[in-house]
Ligand binder design. Structure first.
Ligand code: SAM
Length: 555
């Protein structure tokens, strides 16, 4: 450590009130020897001791097409091979020999990441680095090729992920992304929200950078830097540590459109409405504790659109139209989001891990996975609350017989209608159950006589659920006091005005009627079971249902 600090001083660096200590867990810490006050400049480091992309590229001029990170990793590896002959030796000597990011974990440690995003990220990232290394190393001299091993390169690469700063610290006008290794500046450990600033002086060759405290550090206290709002995933992957409680933690969610027959149309809607996450992958969203991005919910509303909704929304170019599509869509969106969250949660919980005798990296992995579990569970609760709010609104609408003027009941066709509805005191309302605001098969079969007729006609109701549903709807439609009267009337009127193609239904209808009417004339009055009305019931099933459990959303 003394040699390193001498080297900094010999090159024009200085510091005050600092005690540099080595430790097992974090490699090194910095403590205040006396109180550091806000605006105190406690260290200054000249640019000449830094390792920049420019310096690295000078040594490897032939590799101008290689990325900044890779050429710098190569340079660090090369300098460490030079040993004491390297100008940077005092700095390289104090770097940790082992940086315990998951790239270096044993298989049994990696098991602690099973079923998390990080497990995949580690595999993919490591493979990418390895491929880059293989492509790069063959371009080196024969001597370097054997000396710069994969292990050495990966170590050097991780030195950069765990301690490099953006090059703009040296030259704020630099526009290309570039990194710099900054001895001494990189001695501080990370504590979120620490107030610290950097002040540069001079030019990018002969200048220097000073640390300026933005808060008090008491004598004896560890002094920290602030690496930015990093999640546990980023911290583990890049730095090899994480926090038990991390306010910046998140779970990455990426819905899958690939098996959706309307997938292309939906991707087109997303494009037109500019629904993107703002992340490198526009379909990957980050969900934070109790905060689910609104943009993600918009994406999910598109993902769960049925054919009718997708056909209508393909004309939409306004993302505001996706704040609310309709009740069916909203319930489907909540159900699909809950299913996504629940399956992730179940997968994480299903991994059995020893929590008793663990080593440092395993404890880090447990902190990370427990955080993931917590975020998923909290997000699930907030989605359940959202569902309950929707049910309450539906219950009010149903009670007041409010139904949108134009079918299907989606916002795009009823501009302003849904926004005009108000729901005072919704909180005070008791729990609303799903089957009080939707139409279920159980409700359609609540009439005992009708139910027993259906049971006589269909051996296996589950097997022929679709047909039973249609007949059930037609039967319900005939009831004068049906709670769903406004829905039936409005959708039937709209349906009958449409040009209908009933060819496909004729066979099905013909296989049931008039036989059913002849067998049970008091249940199936022929005029209520025409092929046209069959078409209406079929349209209701295609347009207004959600699945699991199958029900009609009649608002
Ligand atoms: C830029 S260095 C910080 C100084 C460091 N201790 C060193 O090696 O000189 C970053 C590394 O320090 C460690 N580190 C930083 N903040 C930490 C924290 N809050 N808890 C545990 N380790 C931390 C991690 O190993 C990380 O890779």
């Amino acid at each position: 450590m003394d040699e390193y600090l001498d080297w900094i001083a010999r090159n024009g660096g200085s510091y005050s009130k600092l005690d540099f200590r080595r430790d097992q867990e974090t490699n090194g810490t910095v403590h205040a020897t006396e109180t550091v006050y806000p605006n105190d400049t406690f260290a200054t480091v000249p640019f000449r001791v830094t390792i920049t992309e420019k310096v690295a590229r000078k040594t490897f001029a032939d590799l101008s097409d290689v990325s900044c990170r890779n050429v710098m990793a190569l340079f660090v590896a090369y300098q460490s091979l030079l040993g004491d002959q390297s100008f940077y030796a005092p700095y390289l000597n104090i770097l940790p020999k082992q940086i315990l990011t998951p790239f270096f974990w044993e298989t049994e440690d990696l098991h602690y990441l099973d079923q998390t995003n990080l497990a995949t990220a580690v595999r993919e990232r490591k493979l990418n680095i390895f491929n880059d290394y293989e492509a790069l190393v063959v371009r080196l001299s024969a001597e370097l090729r054997t000396k710069i091993t994969w292990e050495l390169f990966l170590w050097a690469y991780t030195v950069l992920t765990s301690r490099a700063f953006p090059y703009t610290l040296i030259d704020p006008t630099h526009t290309e992304p570039s990194e710099v290794l900054f001895p001494l500046v990189d001695s501080l450990n990370h504590k979120p929200n620490t107030k610290i600033t950097w002040v540069r002086s001079g030019d990018d060759q002969s200048g220097s950078l000073s640390f300026v405290s933005g808060q008090v550090f008491n004598a004896g206290e560890e002094m920290f830097n602030n690496y930015g709002p990093k999640s546990n995933e980023e911290l583990l992957l890049g730095y090899g540590f994480c926090f038990e409680v991390n306010e910046h933690d998140h779970v990455a969610l990426k819905p899958n459109f690939s098996r959706d027959p309307n997938g292309q149309v939906k991707l087109e809607i997303l494009k037109q409405c500019h629904i993107e996450s703002g992340n490198p992958d526009p379909l990957t969203y980050y969900v934070h504790r109790e905060h689910i991005p609104q943009m993600f919910l918009k994406l999910m509303r598109v993902l769960v659109m049925n054919q009718t909704e997708a056909k209508i929304y393909i004309q939409c170019k306004d993302s505001q139209q996706l704040e609310w599509v309709g009740y069916r869509n909203e319930l489907a969106m909540v159900a699909m989001t809950c299913a996504l969250l629940q399956s992730r949660l179940n997968a994480i919980r299903a991994v059995e891990l020893n929590r008793e005798t663990t080593r440092w990296v395993q404890r880090c992995a447990l902190m990370y996975r427990d955080g993931q579990e917590q975020i998923l569970a909290l997000t699930l609760i907030s989605m359940e609350n959202l569902k309950q709010t929707i049910f309450k609104k539906m219950a009010r609408d149903k009670k007041q017989e409010r139904i949108a003027p134009v079918t299907p009941f989606v916002n795009y066709l009823n501009p302003g209608y849904f926004e005009s509805l108000t729901y005072p005191d919704l909180e005070a309302e008791g729990l609303v159950m799903m089957d009080s605001v939707t139409i279920t098969l159980g409700q359609l079969l609540r009439d005992k006589k009708f139910k027993s007729t259906i049971e006589q006609l269909f051996e296996d109701i589950e097997e022929e659920e679709d047909v039973v549903w249609m007949i059930g709807l037609l039967h319900e439609r005939t009831k004068k006091n049906s709670p769903w009267k406004p829905f039936f009337e409005k959708t039937e009127k709209a349906y009958l005005q449409e040009h209908q193609n009933l060819e496909e239904l004729e066979d099905l209808h013909g296989s049931l009627f008039p036989a059913f009417s002849e067998a049970f004339p008091d249940i199936f009055a022929p005029q209520d079971y025409t092929v046209q009305l069959f078409g209406w019931a079929d349209m209701v099933m295609n347009t207004y249902t959600i699945e699991n459990p199958l029900c009609v959303v009649p608002l």
